[in-house]
Design a protein around this ligand. Structure first.
Ligand code: 5SP
Ligand code: FE2
Length: 227
């Protein structure tokens, strides 16, 4: 998938920390500040203890965005809803490995629709849960906080998980993207990069960065090699 291969590292700002009253301007401004993708968090109040947005809002986000939309589904039975998010314009569609008995079919259906499938794993889930799914996806999302809310503290144990997934990807020549999400800032992004991550989701440390969005993005890119 070309959107997966465009750059060595991807920064995907999470709109959860943006001003929803100004969402169009927020998307334009953060893209002008250097965002590579836009991360949309879909929560149903069941899989996670919070409710956010659904497919109509994803469609609105897509209509103003000039960069790919990265949709993170934190919902039960994602298999019943993926077509709606594909139609809404998701470019990358991420489903969790925890609660989906039909995840093979779900990931294959996403692939067949022509967009990028990704699988997410929670901090409390053993890394072996994603191992059988690696050949079906373009990206693994390693949650670095418990999903549900922005502004939480990074969980350092996640680094082991990133290392193991990068090892599997290398051994099998899968060239997987590894995305990290939750508590990502300049310091934790560097730790994740060293462990093997190459897609960085950040809400608070971009939208609430005191010196502005461009400075927040630049800080996360940090010591990475110039592209
Ligand atoms: O998926 C989630 C939370 O469940 C994230 O995408 C958060 O929105 C990230 O927010 P910060 O931790 O960067 O503030
Ligand atoms: Fe997310």
């Amino acid at each position: 998938m070309t959107i997966m291969k465009t750059k060595k590292e991807i920064i995907s700002p999470s709109l959860l920390a943006a001003d929803f009253m100004q969402i169009g301007n927020e998307i334009r401004n953060v893209t002008a500040a250097g965002a590579d993708w836009i991360h949309a968090d879909v929560m149903d109040g069941v899989f996670v203890p919070n409710i956010t947005i659904g497919n109509p809002v994803v469609e609105a986000i897509k209509s103003v965005s000039s960069v790919p939309i990265d949709v993170h589904l934190m919902i039960v039975h994602p298999e019943n809803h993926i077509q709606k998010f594909i139609k809404a314009g998701a470019d990358i569609l991420t489903v969790h490995c925890e609660n989906n008995a039909n995840i093979f079919y779900t990931l294959m259906e996403i692939r067949q629709s022509g967009i990028s499938p990704a699988v997410a794993i929670n901090p409390g889930t053993p890394v072996t849960m994603v191992e059988p799914l690696l050949s079906l996806v373009d990206m693994v999302l390693v949650m670095t906080v418990n999903p549900g809310f922005g502004g939480q503290k990074f969980i350092p144990d996640s680094l082991q998980k990133i290392m193991q997934i990068r090892k599997w990807s290398d051994e099998r020549n899968l060239d997987l993207r590894i995305q990290v999400d939750g508590g990502i800032n300049e310091k934790t992004a560097r730790q994740c990069r060293e462990a093997g991550a190459d897609v960085f989701v950040a809400g608070t440390s971009i939208f609430k960065y005191p010196q502005g969005y461009a400075a927040g993005i630049k800080a996360i890119r940090g010591s990475s090699v110039a592209e």
